[in-house]
Design a protein around this ligand. Structure first.
Ligand code: GTP
Ligand code: MG
Length: 516
């Protein structure tokens, strides 16, 4: 959603930031204008695609309608990208540049999160770094990342019953004979904080660029929600502001060549410049013993995408960075409402149009799913099994596995969905394995896990058993549940599974077609 130009007064900081530098040379000006023209061309092409898609929406009969459901951060949009890669690979190429904004935002936001958390702990830490004097109350009101919650067994099956204790966690994993004194460490962090502050302060502008200025309440991590079509709008948001300034001159426009590949958005150029400039500092912060220690003690919890991009910062910070497909699969942006994606899927020489509905999974978004239930043919329910030590952003008292089970219960028992082909993805198995390998104990978070062996296979099968039980208890129609262990960032494995799901949906589709 673009704002009207009038909102941008002369002293608007964004307008100010987007102004070309007064020292811009003629060559730079031509390059900028040509880039703007390219941006406009891409934006128009994406618009055209959207128009075509809307057109095709009207011819729905006989199409397959597949819903991707599951809690926030479960991997629905990532799975959608895998469908897109498989059935419309070019469309992902066209979006590639807009993902750069998302990835920059992911990096900047992660840095901000690290620095804020360090600051909060600094305020509450004892002299002795290893003794934790925080009460849970204080930790939570301090807004620390992903604080564990008191124990609640919310699911009727009573899976989740444990109260994790980050302080105990912390104490058990502390192992420090620091080669630096606390003071010098603090000074280093303070210096890094100062240096990185201009970069970190672009957080809000990047968020605004992605959302078009829409703030959604309840996005506690300060993450950004986007609606369908955001890729085009991200470019427009940059371009719209630029064009009011420079597209008025016809002569300039005519001199623009159209072969510039990269959209040169000044905010993005600015962030890119700072990332390149501060690459070493970002690495220093990321590898700093204080940060390492806080992560080991689980005082600082980073999301998987934060870790991914900070690990790859050398590549991301390079001046000519273009997101790889793997980067796009790891990028994180919350879905708002329902995003529809259309693919032509061919099987046995017959082409069928598939409509994939990628929904927003946060609690505040779930009400918008229902209108899509009555003519859905299939559902892929995505449940992240790595989330056993995490709590809902929307309600920090609720364990995320518990929430998934509750949600799955609602889906299995919903009357509108009783004939829908049902597929379950137990997702993020790679992260589950990493957590188990790191020594995280499931029992600490889920007491009903009891004395079972804390190994990957046992844990995975334990979670699967709970989902199967939910299905069995809510299965009057005796429908089949197709279950897959997945890591949807793994392209090869996921595409094989998608092929599998496609075949099973088609079998159901052909059967029901035969009945007509
Ligand atoms: N390592 C790993 N990361 C994953 C996996 N699945 C998803 N992710 C990451 O988890 C984050 C969240 O995934 P999304 O696909 O955006 O989640 P979503 O279900 O669409 O979330 P909402 O739109 O908020 O409902 C992204 O950064 C993904 O890259 C997985 O199997 N393994
Ligand atoms: Mg999503």
């Amino acid at each position: 959603m673009m704002r009207t130009p009038s909102i941008y007064s002369q002293d608007d900081p964004i307008t100010e930031a987007l102004k070309p530098p007064p020292t811009e040379t003629e060559a730079e000006r031509i390059a900028r204008l040509s880039a703007e023209a390219e941006a406009k061309r891409i934006s128009e092409r994406i618009d055209e695609d959207l128009r075509e898609e809307r057109e095709r929406l009207r011819r729905k009969k006989g199409d397959v309608k597949l819903l991707l459901l599951g809690q926030a951060e479960s991997g629905k949009s990532t799975l959608q990208k895998q469908f897109q890669l498989m059935y419309r690979p070019n469309s992902l190429d066209e979006e590639r540049i807009s993902w750069k904004t998302v990835i920059y935002f992911n990096v900047v936001h992660s840095l901000k999160h690290i620095l804020t958390t360090l600051e909060q702990w600094d305020d509450v830490l004892d002299e002795d770094d290893d003794s934790v004097s925080l009460t849970e109350e204080k930790a939570r009101s301090g807004g620390l990342a992903d604080q564990p919650s008191p124990s609640h067994s919310l699911h009727p099956g009573g899976l989740v019953n444990g109260s994790p204790n980050s302080a105990a966690d912390a104490a058990s994993s502390s192992n420090h004979s620091h080669p630096w004194t606390k003071d010098s460490g603090a000074n280093q962090i303070a210096a890094l904080r100062r240096k990185l502050s201009p970069l970190v302060s672009t957080d809000t502008q990047l968020a605004d660029r992605l959302s078009g200025g829409i703030a959604v309440s309840g996005s506690g991590k300060g993450s950004v929600y986007v609606r369908t079509g955001w890729q085009a709008r991200t470019i427009e948001n940059a371009l719209g502001r630029l064009s009011r300034r420079s597209y008025n001159d016809k002569k300039e426009r005519q001199s623009i060549s159209s072969d510039v590949q990269v959209v040169q958005d000044i905010l993005i150029l600015d962030v890119a410049r700072m990332l390149a400039l501060f690459e070493a500092d970002i690495k220093e912060l990321w590898n700093h013993p204080t940060v390492r220690g806080m992560i080991a003690k689980r005082r600082l919890k980073l999301d998987e995408w934060s870790e991914f991009f900070l690990k790859h910062i050398a590549r991301v910070a390079s001046p000519d960075y273009i997101p790889s497909t793997d980067d796009i699969l790891h990028a994180r942006i919350q879905t708002m409402g329902i995003a529809e994606h259309i693919f032509d899927v061919t099987i046995h020489g017959k082409s069928v149009t598939w409509h994939l509905f990628d929904v927003g999974g946060a609690r505040g978004q779930r009400h918008s799913w229902v209108p899509y239930f009555d003519d859905a043919n299939a559902i892929i329910f995505v449940a992240p099994v790595s989330a056993f030590d995490q709590y809902l952003e929307e309600d920090p008292r609720v364990n995320r596995i518990d929430d998934s089970l509750q949600l799955f219960t609602q889906i299995c028992s919903n009357a509108l969905l009783k004939n829908v082909h049902l597929v379950l993805f137990l997702n993020k198995t790679d992260l589950l394995k990493a957590k188990i390998d790191k020594g995280l104990r499931v029992r600490k978070y889920i007491t009903s896990f009891g004395d079972r062996a804390n190994d990957y296979e046992t844990v995975l099968n334990y979670f699967r058993a709970h989902f199967l039980q939910v299905h069995r208890r809510n299965n009057e129609n005796r429908r089949v549940l197709y279950t897959h262990f997945t890591s949807v960032v793994d392209t090869k494995a996921t595409q094989r599974i998608i092929g599998n799901v496609r075949d099973s949906i088609f079998r159901g589709y052909l059967q029901s077609a035969a009945l007509v």
